[in-house]
Design a protein around this ligand. Structure first.
Ligand code: PLP
Length: 401
């Protein structure tokens, strides 16, 4: 009989969103009439159609695939040059950050990248992960069994931006704007993290999935805005939220050639070479039409449409913020991120609040404890929703007063 990866037995039984789906399904089965009016503000999936620029690019690329002269088979594993160039040029060089085209690795999304990255990380690392946090960081580390995980506590006191600990770490996960808390890190806070990483020869895995939602001036949009980050940080990005690509699937990871790791006998190697090797062996690239659609997001009309799309969701966030304020429920987020992080009133647990909102308002939220122990006593509202649903959810929330 084949042996299994026993690390999987160490995982909590269910992935958070699978557990939510299970509980919603049970409610639906028991209350079919009420469940007809459910409003889902739980999972962070987008609701609005793709930007027109991306749709036009998908159609055009599909037509190219239909003609012998322009048909494409396997593409380069790291992404077509046109997209790597558009990303490096628009997201980095236009902002004065020197990232080369070949430091961009196009993928089918950030979730896979942050999990797959552990392929090129050795065992025995001290891994620092915020708490609360996007659950994928913790679960993929448990699955890979790579090292010792310790948590960086995000609290009301530190504004959900944990600062570097006293002890050393080798690998640090940071996500700003943050899922689930909606917090953003200021320049001095990111400077402290980069200084810490350089002091300890650590690598920062910076998840910028929600970068496009930053509205406050002065908040860094990329870790590479911090001098020195190019030698200690790897940045992941997704087109899922800015371009509404959750069902299209495209993202990218920036691996500067200057980020180094070491072997157990002390030899130093660039992570860039390892990631390139990993991707070329285990990944066959993102489809041509999808990469053309991602490229189109960088055109001038694409950029304007992305702004309309992200602003639409941020207006939803503003409506939720208004409702929460009128209820007197303390919350943070919703300003530079599409998530609102709400303190559960009356000292209830976050799963109790989940049930209360499901049963009494037919609203699905995400219980904070699903993002880590520090999330107990909070719940997350996602602003990814249709306007009419948000307005109705706000009415129902306010009527709970
Ligand atoms: N990173 C964070 C912080 C997220 O919240 C999500 C999705 O919700 C992802 C990454 C995944 O993005 P993708 O759709 O590109 O896999």
């Amino acid at each position: 009989m084949a042996f299994i990866n026993e690390n999987f037995l160490k995982l909590s039984e269910n992935y958070l969103f699978a557990e939510i789906a299970k509980r919603v399904e049970a409610y639906r089965a028991a209350n079919p009439d009420k469940a007809r009016h459910l409003i889902r503000c739980g999972i962070g999936d987008v609701t609005e159609p793709l930007p027109q620029a991306a749709v036009a690019a998908l159609h055009k690329a599909a037509d190219e695939m239909a003609a012998r002269e322009t048909f494409r088979g396997y593409g380069p594993e790291s992404g077509y040059d046109f997209l790597r160039h558009a990303i490096a040029e628009n997201d980095y060089r236009a902002r004065g950050l020197s990232i080369d085209d070949d430091e961009i690795f196009v993928s089918d999304g950030s979730k896979c990248d942050c999990a797959n990255f552990l392929d090129i990380v050795g065992s025995g690392n001290r891994i620092a992960i915020p708490n609360p946090v996007y659950p994928v960081y913790v679960d993929t580390n448990v699955m890979a069994g790579r090292g010792e995980v310790f948590f960086l506590e995000g609290t009301r006191e530190n504004g959900f931006v944990p600062m570097p600990p006293d002890c050393p770490a080798d690998l640090i996960y940071l996500c700003f704007p943050n899922n689930p808390t909606g917090a953003v890190a200021s320049r001095p806070q990111l400077e402290a993290w980069v200084a810490y990483a350089r002091r300890h020869n650590a690598v920062i895995l910076f998840d910028g999935a929600y970068e496009a939602f930053i509205r406050s001036p002065g908040i860094p949009h990329s870790i590479y805005e911090i001098p020195g980050a190019e030698s200690c940080a790897i940045e992941m990005h997704s087109f899922s939220k800015n371009g509404g690509f959750t069902g299209v699937r495209c993202g990218f990871t920036v691996v500067p050639k200057t980020v180094m790791g070491k072997t157990s006998d002390g030899k130093v190697y660039p992570f860039h070479a390892l990631w390139k090797r990993r991707q070329s062996t285990k990944f066959n690239g993102v489809s041509y039409p999808v990469q053309r659609a991602a490229e189109a997001l960088y055109s001038s009309e694409g950029q304007a449409q992305v702004t309309v799309l992200t602003s639409f969701y941020m207006e939803n966030a503003r409506l939720f913020a208004q409702a929460l304020t009128s209820l007197g429920w303390p919350f943070s987020g919703g300003v530079d991120a599409p998530y609102l992080w709400v303190r559960v009133p009356d000292g209830r647990s976050s799963w109790d609040m989940f049930s209360h909102l499901l049963e009494d308002a037919q609203i699905v939220v995400t219980p904070g404890v699903g993002f880590g122990s520090q999330g107990e006593g909070f719940f997350r509202i996602s602003s990814f929703n249709a306007r009419a649903s948000v307005e109705e959810a706000c009415r129902r929330l306010v009527s709970l007063r």
